[in-house]
Design a protein around this ligand. Sequence first.
Ligand SMILES: *Cc1c(COP(=O)(O)O)cnc(C)c1O
Length: 351
Amino acid sequence: MLPNKCGLGEIMSNDIDWDSLTFSLTPTDTMYLTETKQDEAWMPGDLRPYGNMSISPAAGVLNYGQGLFEGMKAYRTANDRVVFFRPEENARRMQRGADRLKMPPVPESVFIDAVEQVVAANLKWIPPMGKGALYVRPLLMGSGPVLGVSPAPSYTFLVYVTPVGPYFKGGVTAIDLLISEEYHRAAPGGSGGVKAIGNYAPGMMPSKKAKAAGYSEVIYLDAETHSCIEEVGAANFFCLKDGILYTPELTGTILPGITRDSIIKLARKNGMEVIETKVTAEFAMSADEAFCCGTAAVISPIGSITKGENKTVYGNGIPGEITTALYDQLTGIQSETSPDTFGWLHEVPTN
Ligand SMILES: *Cc1c(COP(=O)(O)O)cnc(C)c1O
């Protein structure tokens, strides 16, 4: 039995209803935490009961948003293993983000050790294969007090986990999207290319507005020309036209998604041409298929895109053939029902 101070996790895990899991927070038993000073090395941290922490009111993260997050999943597979999908990529992305936000980067070895430890300590919270995954949320923040706008004197790296259900219950469905003509997510030279916590709150109001109007999410165009698609909320965009796959090129304003990169590699291995380029809204709205991607949903087929008075419906709102094939291939690798030809899986030691 794992130590559990409040006992709540123990009660909940015994009668956890895997079928009712959604993408929402279920508190688990154990989290990981380590701290360092501005110019000192990161030391491996330790596991502790999941729960609230105390923090200075003058913490850099609270006052100036000096913080980053990551999002990854641990899966149970057909071979009865617990695996991560390309976790080294999450570690590297967080390092690039730390650089941009003037925080001490967490070494890849510390990052991987941390996520492995937290998953191993919360094994009973990992849903059975096909019922979802254990979502892993690393956070890096300036936790020390600072009054002027400058880097915090000390930093906290913490990792917590929560079980999440499959994104699509009862089959993959296509979503309806609205192109935002008023708001942007990121500007050249800004922080859009890293998972800075401050990038996400400004998207909440546009997203809520779109949802109130009946759409699933907004599509953001680039802030310079207002013509090229950048992202779908917090997911990357792809479209297929005449058998060629297109995705917005990484210009610094787009978050380099690991799912995005995996889809490019998978499609190319399938012999498909993939072009990373500027994708205008006009072009995307003339495409044959479209989808967005990220760790949460893996791939979400797009049923329609609306821009002002114009609406494009893809394949009568039914997920496209190539979209579905890529989804099946990627989820097949993740669940080990297909061979891991790219060596993307990273087994979590569980003994
Ligand atoms: C996290 C994120 C993505 C998807 O990245 P994955 O590594 O595939 O999960 C895409 N766009 C934004 C803005 C994100 O924050």
